[in-house]
Design a protein around this ligand. Structure first.
Ligand code: SR1
Ligand code: MG
Length: 420
């Protein structure tokens, strides 16, 4: 790197020169930087992502830009997000070893993380659009959500450490602000950066006229902003998972913040539901039914795996100040009901977040490819309408939904409905 370490965005042309003297690059890629092949592959909304290959191997170089890539430099965004992403990756690695890419190097000034290249993994969202199955997905990601939720909370962590982490991540103001606006607020009024598919107007008007719905979403936003139960991934959708046929890893935790334990799993399920509702546009009828069943199975098994892992951790790693064994087991009292009640509250948040995420991905700024790849808007709009209306039902009934099977039953019902 240059001796003046002031921030400069990398380019495919400058990367070899700028990173050529780093020992980590020599070790992982090869010591002759002139031989490196550099490709910029970032297809997310915010950052630069390079694949750098050489005789010694391949790494990922991820660098934050000082603005939102999706929008351009009219929307500045602090570089400090790379620092929080790095801190999140380190903690996730401790809480679920091997599930996130290994960090090889971090440069705070350059907002740059060099990390393990995952191969032959591809973004899960792409696989879902192509109708590919991933063995073990539910168990792996259900466990990841449970381990990070439980081990990042005061059910497990010592209060001193957990409160220090809450304070640390509270410095990340700009990134949660994106979620607060794009996810929780913009879908429910005619915000400047919103867009939606032609033909959806009647559904959107109905949604935005629902004052009780807006109250419920704002109540959830209030919990998101003020409840510091655990360290969240913060953006756990199918674009933040990379999979092979039988292995899945979690990437991209730059939206990390402390928040409610049901947030990540709720957002994830929303993205599975959007994959589900979009399928009729991507497959033949017969394939579609079989694949949609597989997706609903993934949702149910992910929830099951989450609950099992959370309960197991409750029994074996409850070392924090919450629900201490001193109050329960040591008194000869079972804490099983307490665990069931904590899980119950967690799922109420998850159902609500799920509905909200379903709205924002079809109405706010950053849509997802499951629907966006459907070119014919006359096909896309009715599928998105099912998704939006199911989202309303989840938010309105989050407190009375009995189980994950009740959620998948609602999905099946909407999948048959003519909503437009
Ligand atoms: C302006 S950023 C838009 C979205 O991209 C990220 O992946 C997050 O999901 C964020 O909400
Ligand atoms: Mg991302």
């Amino acid at each position: 790197m240059a001796t003046d370490n002031s921030y400069q965005a990398l380019t495919t042309d400058s990367l070899a020169d700028r990173l050529g003297s780093l020992a980590v690059m020599a070790n992982e890629v090869g010591d002759d930087s002139a031989q490196w092949a550099v490709q910029e592959v970032g297809d997310g909304n915010l950052n630069l992502v390079f694949i750098v290959s050489g005789q010694g191997g391949t790494v990922i170089v991820k660098q934050a830009l000082p603005y939102v890539r999706l929008v351009g430099d009219s929307w500045p965004l602090p570089l400090y997000r790379a620092y929080y992403e790095h801190e999140a990756l380190v903690r996730q690695q401790q809480r679920d070893p091997g599930r996130v890419p290994q960090v090889l190097y971090f440069d705070r000034e350059q907002a740059l993380i060099i990390m393990e290249y995952l191969s032959p993994h591809v973004i899960l969202r792409r696989k879902l659009i192509l109708g590919e199955r991933v063995e073990g997905l539910s168990q792996t990601i259900g466990q990841f959500c449970a381990r990070t939720a439980f081990r990042g909370s005061e059910l497990c962590m010592q209060s001193e450490q957990k409160k220090a982490d809450v304070a640390l991540f509270a410095g990340n103001v700009a990134i949660p602000a994106i979620t607060e606006a794009l996810v929780f607020t913009d879908p429910y009024f005619n915000a400047e950066m919103n867009h939606h598919t032609e033909g959806l107007d009647p559904i959107v008007e109905q949604l935005r006229a629902n004052v009780l719905l807006k109250q419920r979403v704002q109540r959830m936003l209030s919990r998101f902003a003020s409840n510091t139960e655990t360290m969240l991934h913060g953006d756990l959708h199918s674009g933040s998972i990379m999979s092979t046929e039988n292995e899945s890893r979690v990437i991209d935790p730059e939206f990390v913040q402390y928040g409610p334990m049901g947030f990540d799993i709720g957002m994830l399920i929303a993205n599975y539901l959007m994959a589900y509702f979009s399928q009729p546009a991507h497959r033949t009828v017969e394939d579609c039914l079989r694949y949609q069943d597989w997706i609903l199975g993934v949702i149910e098994q992910t929830a099951q795996s989450f609950n099992e892992e959370f309960t197991q951790l409750w029994q074996t790693e409850r070392t924090g100040m919450l629900y201490p064994t001193a109050l329960f087991e040591d008194q000869g009292h079972s804490s099983s009901d307490a665990c069931i009640s904590v899980l119950d509250h967690l799922w109420r948040d998850a159902y609500s977040i799920c509905g909200i995420e379903m709205h924002r991905r079809t109405l706010s700024l950053a849509h997802n490819a499951d629907f966006e790849d459907i070119e014919d808007t006359a096909v896309r709009a009715p599928l998105e309408a099912r998704n939006i209306l199911m989202g309303v039902e989840l938010i309105m009934n989050a407190n009375s939904l009995e189980s994950i099977e009740a959620l998948t039953a609602i999905a099946k019902r909407f999948n048959q409905e003519q909503c437009l």
